[in-house]
Design a protein around this ligand. Structure first.
Ligand code: EPZ
Length: 431
C-alpha cells in the first residue's frame, strides 16, 4: 500500500492552484440522472471517490466519458437498472447522492445502506424523511433501502431537514435534486447552507430547474416537467484551499493560492487571523481568488468549534488541530458535526503533540516542535492533518495508508513538492 515519506522542517514557498471540489462534484455527477440529455462538467477532480461515482453511474445507465482534462460528459441512456449495489456503495458513502435523482426521474431506487464509517455514525434518516415528505415510500430489504413513488411522480411539499447535528448537506442535495421534477412547489426548511449546495443549485438551474434560496436555510423549488443538458464548471475545493493555507502557516512559509474560493472560507480565515496568520486577497473575485498566506514562527492559540456552514467546517478540524499543536499556549477544539472525528489525535500524539480529549473536545497544549514518526492515516481529513504535522516536524515521518488521502486530494504530494516540501510516495510493504 502507498505511504508518504516526509522530511519535515522546510518552509513552503511558491504558488499552488486549487482543483475542482470533490464534495461539490459528487452530487453534481448524480444530477445527469435527471435528464436524457448530456451534461458536461469541467474541473472534475481526478480522485478515487470520483472514479467510484462514475462506476456507480455506469451501472445505473449513465455513461461518463472523459472528453478533456478534468472534463466529463455524462449521458443517461438506459433507465432499466436503478440498484446502487453494495460493492460500490461500501467504497463511498456519497453514493447516496443518486437516491433523489433516481426517485424523481424513475419513480424507484434501490440503494445499499452504507455501513459504518471511521468518522462516526453516518445515518441517512433525514434523506429518507425528506423524500417521504415528497411522497416516496421506503422499506429495508436485504441491506438495501428500496424506495418507490406511488403514482410515479413526487409531489412538492414543506420539508424540514434539521437534525441533532444541524442540517444535512447530502440530504439537502438529494431533496433539492428530487424536487426539481416534482409536481408543484417544495420548500426545504433548515436546508444546509454549504457552498456545494449553491453549486448544485446553479447546475440544476442551468439544466432548467427553478430553485431559489440555495445558500440560505430556506430553499424553494418550483417543480418542472423535465430538465435538459448543459455545460458547467465545478467550484474550487474549499477544503483543499484551507489545507494549503494551513500548509503555509505550519511551515512558517508563504504560499500564493490560485483559484481559491475565499468566500467559502470566511470562518477558516477568521481562525487563521486569530492564530496570527496573514491571509491576503490579491486579485480575482472571492469565488476564484488569488490569495497569499504567510506566517511567522509564533502562532497564537485559539478556540475552534466546528459547525454547519458558515461556521468552521468539520472537514478542516484535523488540519487546524495540527497547526494548533505548535501554538504558543492552550487551544480548545470542539467537534459539533461528527463528535467522534478524532482518530488523528492518537497519531499526532505519536509525533509529540500534547492533546487531551474529553468527549467532543480536544485541548491542544502547544509544543515547540513535533517529531517525525511513522503514523497511520485513518480517514481523509485526518490524513491531511497528519501530512501537515509531518511537514512541520523535525525528522522523517511515514504516513501509512494514504489511499484515504487519495480519495480527496489530487496528487497532493506532487503539489506540495512543487512548493518546497520533501515528500515522496513510497510503496510500504506489509501496511
Ligand atoms: C458531507 O457529508 C461531506 N461529504 C462531508 O465531507 C462533511 O464532513 C459533511 O458533509 C459535513 O460538512 C460530501 O459532501 C460528499 P451531513 P454528509 O449529512 O452530507 C447527521 C469529507 O471529508 N445526519 O451534513 O454525509 C450526521 O451524522 C467528507 O470530504 C443525521 O443525523 O454529512 C452528522 O452528524 C466527510 N441524519 C450531521 O448530520 C442524516 O440523515 C451532518 O452530516 C444525515 C446526517
Amino acid at each position: 500500500m502507498d505511504a508518504f515519506q516526509i522530511e519535515g522542517g522546510r518552509r513552503l514557498s511558491g504558488t499552488v492552484g486549487i482543483s475542482g471540489s470533490k464534495n461539490a462534484a459528487l452530487p453534481l455527477l448524480a444530477a445527469p440522472l435527471l435528464t436524457s440529455e448530456p451534461v458536461k462538467l469541467s474541473d472534475v477532480p481526478d480522485l478515487s471517490d470520483i472514479r467510484n461515482m462514475r462506476r456507480l453511474l455506469d451501472t445505473l445507465g449513465c455513461t461518463a466519458e472523459t472528453v478533456g482534462p478534468n472534463t466529463v460528459s455524462l449521458h443517461t441512456t438506459d433507465t432499466a437498472q436503478s440498484h446502487a449495489v453494495y460493492e460500490i456503495v461500501k467504497t463511498m458513502r456519497a453514493s447516496i447522492c443518486v437516491l433523489g435523482p433516481l426517485l424523481a426521474a424513475r419513480g424507484q431506487a434501490r440503494i445499499a445502506l452504507p455501513g459504518g464509517c471511521a468518522i462516526g455514525q453516518r445515518p441517512i434518516d433525514l434523506h429518507l424523511r425528506g423524500m417521504e415528505a415528497l411522497g416516496a415510500q421506503f422499506e429495508l430489504n436485504a441491506g438495501d433501502v428500496v424506495g418507490r413513488v406511488p403514482g410515479g411522480r413526487l409531489v412538492g411539499a414543506h420539508v424540514f431537514l434539521g437534525g441533532p447535528f444541524g442540517s444535512t448537506v447530502l440530504g439537502t442535495a438529494n431533496v433539492m435534486s428530487a424536487a426539481t421534477l416534482a409536481e408543484g412547489t417544495t420548500v426545504i426548511e433548515s436546508a444546509a447552507c454549504e457552498p456545494e449546495i449553491v453549486d448544485l443549485a446553479n447546475l440544476l438551474n442551468a439544466m432548467g430547474a427553478r430553485i431559489t434560496g440555495a445558500g440560505s436555510p430556506r430553499i424553494t423549488i418550483d417543480g418542472v416537467e423535465q430538465l435538459g443538458g448543459t455545460d458547467y464548471r465545478v467550484m474550487p475545493d474549499r477544503i483543499e484551499a484551507g489545507t494549503m493555507m494551513v500548509a503555509a502557516a505550519i511551515t512558517a512559509g508563504e504560499l500564493t493560492i490560485e483559484n481559491c474560493p475565499l468566500d467559502a472560507l470566511r470562518a477558516a480565515v477568521d481562525r487563521l487571523e486569530a492564530i496570527g496568520v496573514d491571509v491576503h486577497h490579491e486579485s480575482g473575485d472571492a469565488y476564484r481568488a488569488t490569495v497569499t498566506v504567510g506566517a511567522g514562527r509564533i502562532l497564537q492559540p485559539c478556540h475552534i468549534t466546528t459547525q454547519p456552514h458558515p461556521g468552521f467546517p468539520t472537514d478542516l478540524q484535523a488540519q487546524f488541530m495540527a497547526l494548533l499543536t505548535l501554538a504558543d499556549g492552550h487551544s480548545v477544539i470542539t467537534e459539533k458535526i461528527f463528535p467522534e472525528r478524532f482518530l488523528h489525535v492518537a497519531e499526532m500524539t505519536r509525533m509529540g503533540a500534547q492533546l487531551f480529549r474529553q468527549g467532543p473536545t480536544v485541548i491542544a497544549s502547544g509544543v515547540r516542535t513535533l517529531v517525525g514518526a511513522p503514523v497511520m492515516a485513518s480517514d481523509l481529513r485526518a490524513s491531511a492533518g497528519l501530512v501537515l504535522a509531518a511537514l512541520a516536524a523535525e525528522g522523517t515521518s511515514t504516513i501509512h495508508r494514504v489511499y484515504h488521502l487519495d480519495r480527496g486530494y489530487e496528487k497532493l504530494e506532487e503539489r506540495l513538492a512543487s512548493v518546497g516540501a520533501r515528500i515522496t510516495r513510497i510503496d510500504a510493504d506489509g501496511d
